[in-house]
Design a protein around this ligand. Structure first.
Ligand code: TRP
Ligand code: SF4
Length: 338
């Protein structure tokens, strides 16, 4: 082994999730699975973006409070290893808010006003949702990323605009305050390959559409949800031939069942050789099998809430050391180290 290569620091990855409720299979396949994969090869920082949740749910304090540690349990259940990854909570890190404030001074308003989620809110008849906090959402996200000098940001497609703004903010900061040595590196986004998972009705899986299977749903609940899923609308009777291409169940098969099983099911569907419940059975089993280790790990942590708090405590202090160091450089570059 070449000691020089061995001592190379692992590239840093940073990502966050808003605590808006029990995580579902869409979160797992769209994000968490990727986090688990990255944790052994990268220096991963994962945090609960509770301030970001407040930008839209500021009247909803109970639900955020309940969801913060519950989401950390979902992460651990999915296989995030606190020995490898650093886990923390955004609101425990006022350093993010300081960097956000400092970056705000040089960020043109137009960069934030053109972000789609803010534009949507402004265009509504009742513009109360277009808060100052929501306008600042992408800049706060930029501070989250830049304060750790993250090289990579694994996110879904819906976050691309925010990572792009982050790069622009970093570039501008470096040009104005540290032209000789870039203090804030421009991060790259890592797009998750399963960009969207379809839910029980064929639309994108989302808690707000009520079409989600939670990561920790009980086996009987999963069975019931899949059994009552709508199928090919043209397959009204058992004797009607169907077509998987028209069926909302099929995208789940593409993720969960192997090619051979799928070929058999497709043939059975098109020839009316099988019923829809026959078709759904292997899917139900595959999802239940995937969930079993999640439920087991979660049960251990739920029986031991102090351990979860301790994991976050350790992560927060680890994150703080990095954040403070960056802030010292930023303050100095801006002429604030008196
Ligand atoms: N905006 C992200 C989301 O809604 C969450 C988030 C906040 C985030 N800060 C971040 C993601 C920094 C990546 C990096 O999913
Ligand atoms: Fe959908 Fe399967 Fe029924 Fe065909 S057999 S309509 S693919 S559930």
């Amino acid at each position: 082994m070449n000691p020089e290569i061995e001592s190379q620091p692992r590239p840093r990855v940073l990502s966050g999730m808003r605590p808006t409720g029990a995580l579902h299979l869409g979160h797992y396949h769209g994000a968490l699975k990727n986090w688990v994969r990255l944790q052994s090869s990268h220096d991963c920082f994962f945090f609960v973006a509770d301030w970001h949740a407040l930008t839209t749910h500021y009247q909803d304090r109970q639900s955020i409070e309940r969801n913060v540690y519950d989401m950390v349990v979902d992460w651990l259940a999915a296989g995030i290893d606190p020995e490898q990854a650093t886990l923390f909570i955004q609101s425990r890190m006022p350093e993010h808010a300081e960097l956000f404030t400092l970056l705000a001074m040089s960020t043109p308003l137009s960069w934030l006003e053109r972000i789609p989620s803010y534009k949507d809110q402004v265009s509504r008849p009742n513009a109360e949702g277009a808060t100052y906090g929501l306008l600042g959402y992408p800049l706060l996200q930029a501070a989250d990323i830049l304060i750790y000098k993250a090289a990579y940001v694994p996110v879904g497609e819906d976050q691309s605009a925010h990572v792009e703004v982050t790069r622009e903010v970093a570039r501008r900061f470096n040009r104005i305050y540290s032209p000789d040595r870039a203090i804030l590196p421009e991060p790259q986004e890592l797009l998750t390959e399963t960009a969207r998972l379809s839910g029980l009705d064929g639309q994108k899986m989302s808690k707000s559409y009520g079409n989600a299977i939670a990561m920790r749903d009980e086996p009987a609940v999963v069975e019931e949800k899949i059994r009552t899923m709508p199928t090919d609308p043209q397959r009204v009777r058992r004797s009607d031939a169907g077509d998987p291409a028209r069926c909302p169940v099929w995208p789940l098969h593409e993720l969960y069942t192997d090619a051979q099983t799928r070929a058999d099911l497709q043939q059975g569907c098109k020839s009316a050789g099988i019923g829809c419940l026959d078709c759904k059975q292997p899917l139900i089993e595959a999802i239940q099998k995937e969930q079993q280790p999640w439920r087991e790990r979660a049960a251990d942590y739920l029986a031991n809430p102090k351990q979860v708090h301790w994991i976050v405590e350790v992560g927060t202090e680890r994150a703080r050391a990095v954040a403070r160091k960056t802030l010292r450089e930023v303050r100095a570059a801006m002429g604030l180290n008196y």
